[in-house]
Design a protein around this ligand. Sequence first.
Ligand code: ADP
Length: 268
Amino acid sequence: TMRKMGKGDLSVRVPVRGSGELRELAENYNTMAAQLESLDKSRNQFVSNASHELKTPLATMKILLESMIYQPDMPEEVRVDFMKDMNHEIDRLTGIVTDLLVLTRLDNKEDMKRDCVDMSELTLETIRMLTPAAEQNHQVISEDVEGGLYLYGDRSKLNQIIYNLMDNAIKYTPEEGTISVSLREEDGDIVWRVKDNGVGIPKEDQEHIFERFYRVDKARGRDTGGTGLGLSIVKQMVKMHGGSISVHSEPGKGSEFVVTFPQEGETP
Ligand code: ADP
């Protein structure tokens, strides 16, 4: 009475009968098939989301380009505007492709470097790097960075973590806002806090924002040049360092992201 299984058909479950080893084998098989099936589904979902994200800027560029081709006597100012829009879409495409490459490399377990990273210096460096962007928005960055904190880890990944969090804080905070960045040792852990008084995140979205391509407000996310990949990259990089990340947020009041890295070993 065995059904004929198509090769690689992950939706097939075998009947669990009797007792003993055969039953156990059947149960294990079914669990494994279910896990593989869900992995397969989430991979398909990812490819389909990625394709959609890539198609959107391409479609916009095509419309703009066709208008330019078929309206040869378009006023010069309009033509220049269209070209600026196309340039903007190219930046978006580049951003998506860059983030996708970062994610695939992380998925392929690219070697993680183990340097002794001066976290205090790295934090101050990132603050310096992002200060012009904040000033453009008339925002203030306030800092509270404890000196002499070191972590064994991958410098460029740690850099990307704090960069993405601060970049988001700046993007999702209106003008005149304040971004507070702190680095401290708390109960033997090294802790980053990035706090803003921006738009905040509704409770029901908070558990999803670390998922790939998830945005609270699709339209606004696009305007701010987001890809919806930043936080999923952050989460994976934090995990690679044995750390954890959490968010506290209230719509209209602001958000705080907290990254905690346990320090390995005993201090001498
Ligand atoms: P994006 O590229 O869209 O910024 P992220 O993965 O970095 O993607 O973030 C996912 C979503 O989480 C964002 O689209 C935004 O809705 C929300 N978000 C992230 N950081 C903040 C923040 N500091 N304040 C408010 N919303 C935020």
